[in-house]
Design a protein around this ligand. Structure first.
Ligand code: URP
Ligand code: ZN
Ligand code: ZN
Length: 474
């Protein structure tokens, strides 16, 4: 038998279900033993007194994704995945975007080219389906779902992305037939357009009115409709980036009625509010994302939803646009109306430290829930478990050894993304990865990237194993 190559000594290992005090033996990039492990030729990393969790799985992040409005994402696969690695994320699932009128196959092929030679951690792809033509539904999607692309996102808003209800039903029916999981961006497009027109007519165009144009009812109605459409087709569905109590309520009701409705939330809904968009001198643009951050009461509701199981997934929704750059937040000019500000904020590196520091270490969330939300459940839902998402013999040796004893103030210069700000500037935190290990290799140490660009591998995703119940609809 091949010798053990690396031993993590005296770790406090947290999984979604267990807390173990043990060594971790690693061979060929895999975890091979948990217990007392000794091998005099192995590299030893001393983890005494350190919490060790599975590498994070960021199941919602955007990188090198084309847009139609003249803005350009600041991160490609290299900068985004270096940033991910330094923050403890060892698997990312970004989006291969189908342009309307173009094929999905082409989108997936192009996105592989974007990732190859650049990604530093492993990656799977979601697809974004914007044009569910008969060819896409009957030929492309069934083939793609069977060959490792078993989950995709659809939008209920944005003119260049949105589907109508008929198209959503077609996509959900396809997912049911093929064993795919559909993620839905739930906001009512016409309500947003109508409100935006009224606000503009009244001269209310500053960044803060982005939040006014997308109030909770807009998200709540679309969430209710998305769930209803999924119920009609009898297929599981996942509502992404849920921002607060009103849409959570719709999800909770459906879950209590036994529908397979999964839900995701993100750091911006725990740590930002709509007030941040009021920051003067166009700086509110730094916080423009959709759905927008809400109120302190919504933040509390989201914390409760993480504790009580309404949410299964905690993702970054990293959507990186530079602030002081003509391709970023101000691409239409500083002071341009909010509708021209690209939606999205950065957060791929800060996702895990924020939740560990402010959730687990402050007693709001237990460590197993933390692991489940940030790694195990996303790996399961998107067909990557048990290769990813846990610490167990046979799983990839993707690990984070945490420093939870050194308080620091978060500043953007600590981060590795190609964005010139962090929305969380100035927060006082107490958790940061000391070592991040991907397939047995240290990729980040003491906050620095220490590995090789291009080492990341594509991960084909399994189809959903447990299909939906047989409903009246076929
Ligand atoms: O504002 C956001 N969330 N931008 C990223 C794209 C999306 O809808 O997730
Ligand atoms: Zn979205
Ligand atoms: Zn997103």
């Amino acid at each position: 038998m091949e010798p053990i190559t690396t031993i993590i000594k005296n770790a406090t290992v947290a999984t979604a279900t267990e807390l173990l005090h043990c060594d971790i033996g690693i061979r060929d990039g895999l975890i091979v033993s948990l217990g007392e492990v000794n091998d005099e030729n192995a590299e030893v990393i001393n983890a005494a007194g350190r919490l060790v969790t599975p590498g994070g799985v960021d199941a919602h992040c955007h990188m090198d994704q084309p847009s139609n409005d003249g803005s350009v994402m600041a991160d490609d696969f290299e900068t985004a995945t270096i940033s991910a690695a330094c923050g403890g994320t060892t698997t990312v699932i970004p989006f291969a975007l189908q342009m309307k009128g173009s094929s999905l196959d082409a989108a997936v092929k192009d996105y592989h080219q974007s990732a190859e030679g650049k990604a530093v951690v492993d990656y799977a792809f979601h697809m974004i389906v914007t044009d569910p033509s008969p060819d896409v539904l009957e030929k492309e999607l069934p083939k793609l779902v069977s060959s490792g692309y078993s989950h995709f996102k659809i939008y209920m808003t944005y003119d260049d992305l949105k589907l109508n209800d008929y198209q959503i039903l077609e996509v959900l029916a396809l997912a049911r037939r093929e064993g795919a999981l559909v993620m839905i961006h739930a906001e009512n497009s016409d309500c947003i357009a109508w409100l935006t027109d009224k606000l503009e007519a009244a001269g209310k165009i500053q960044p803060q009115y982005h939040a006014t144009s997308r109030p909770p009812v807009v998200e709540r109605e679309a969430t209710h409709r998305a769930i209803s459409l999924a119920e009609l087709v009898d297929v599981p569905v996942l509502i992404v980036h849920v921002s607060g109590s009103e849409s959570m309520e719709q999800i909770r009701i459906a879950q209590n009625r036994g529908h397979k409705v999964f839900a995701e939330t993100c750091p911006q809904y725990l740590f930002l509010t709509a007030k941040d968009l009021e920051t003067p001198d166009f700086e509110g643009a730094k916080f423009v994302c959709s759905p927008p951050p809400r109120t302190p009461e919504d933040q509390e509701a989201v914390w409760r939803g993480l504790q009580t199981g309404i949410f299964q997934v905690f993702s970054s929704d990293h959507a990186p646009f530079r602030y002081a750059d003509e391709t970023g937040k101000a691409h239409a000019g500083k002071g341009a109306a909010f509708k021209y500000i690209p939606n999205g904020i950065p957060g791929i590196e800060t996702r895990l430290p924020l939740l560990l520091s402010e959730g687990v270490l402050k007693g709001r969330l237990d460590i197993h829930k933390f692991v489940s939300l940030t790694s195990t459940e996303p790996a399961k839902l998107y067909g990557l478990f048990p290769r990813k998402g846990t610490i167990a013999p046979g799983s990839d040796a993707d690990l984070v050894i945490w420093d939870t004893k050194t308080p620091f103030t978060l500043t953007n210069d600590r981060l590795h993304h190609n964005v010139d700000y962090t929305p969380y500037e100035g927060m006082n935190l107490t958790a940061w990865p000391e070592y991040v290990i991907s397939r047995g290799e240290v990729v980040s140490k003491a906050g620095d990237f220490v590995s090789t660009v291009g080492r990341g591998r594509f991960l084909p995703s399994d189809k959903r194993k447990s299909g939906p119940s047989v409903g009246q609809w076929k």
